[in-house]
Design a protein around this ligand. Sequence first.
Ligand code: PBG
Ligand code: ZN
Length: 330
Amino acid sequence: MNLGYPTRRLRRLRYNPTLRAMLAGVRLSVEELIAPIFAHETLDRRREISTMPHQFQRPVADAAEYAAALAGKGIRAVLIFGIPARKDAAGSGAWDDQGIAQQAIRAIKSAAPQLLVIADTCLCEYTDHGHCGPLTGAAGGADVDNDAALAALARTAVSQARAGADVVAPSAMMDGQVRAIRTALDSAGLERTPILAYAVKFASALYGPFRAAAESAPAFGDRRSYQMDPLSPRQILAEAGADLAEGADMLMVKPAAAYLDVISAVSAALDAPLAAYHTSGEYAMIKLAAAAGAIDEKRAAMEVTSAIKRAGADLIISYFAEDLAGWLRE
Ligand code: PBG
Ligand code: ZN
């Protein structure tokens, strides 16, 4: 019979650092990290993103070199975003076989063939209005045309997979996007290409720095008619379940650190590999607070990413991936 204190002293397990390390049930590993890369079509040298210290927009050759360097540090996977020279209303650069993402995918696969290349499949970097699909002039103003977006997203995924993407990751939050992409991949003979679905993606203030990096901020309005309301928990399993039913192979929750409850709920309810996206805003909060001397960068980044794993994520997309790879080797 355990009567608790003073018989049971929980601190007894915390004095010896060896025992502490042995009892750590959550061990972050480089195997589960995914590093985002921004490939820019018109730059001729890399350019730092001011709100994301040490993250860069990169010309294709630099993106390939950087990817190879990441692979050399033990990173297994990268997530590719393209920033095109030209944008239009439909976002046609997204499915251009010679488009920026396709160029980057090819260059990275040839520089680092063993690196898993995941392509973000969306239109917002390619549309001149910055929304994740083409617009329709519905009564009361423009909105994103869900069903017109599906064909565009499907073409984009096929083009990315043909360029060599090992995985496609649809992030537009259009209803039916996973099914449209699965159907298109299969009829193109790409039935072995897995889909990592941004299934539970919230309309979050934490994407701010990314939109500067990807030059994809909406020109008007916001994404609340397609991305989820952070305050509607009943839609979490509905979204994740729908994507699985449509053929998603892996699921994603995004953002991550402020949504540990969501990661935990999806992880407990569904048997599919689960990724979590530690977003640009979450990166910036740690980086900028550390630069101001408020927190210790390494300890904060390790603690937060480990917490994402503790909540139930199998894969972690993070701008800290490169740093984490180094810290985990120390
Ligand atoms: C594109 C996309 C976004 C992010 C990933 N894919 C931006 C958005 O939805 O506005 C955000 C990533 C980040 O903040 O790091 N749909
Ligand atoms: Zn988008």
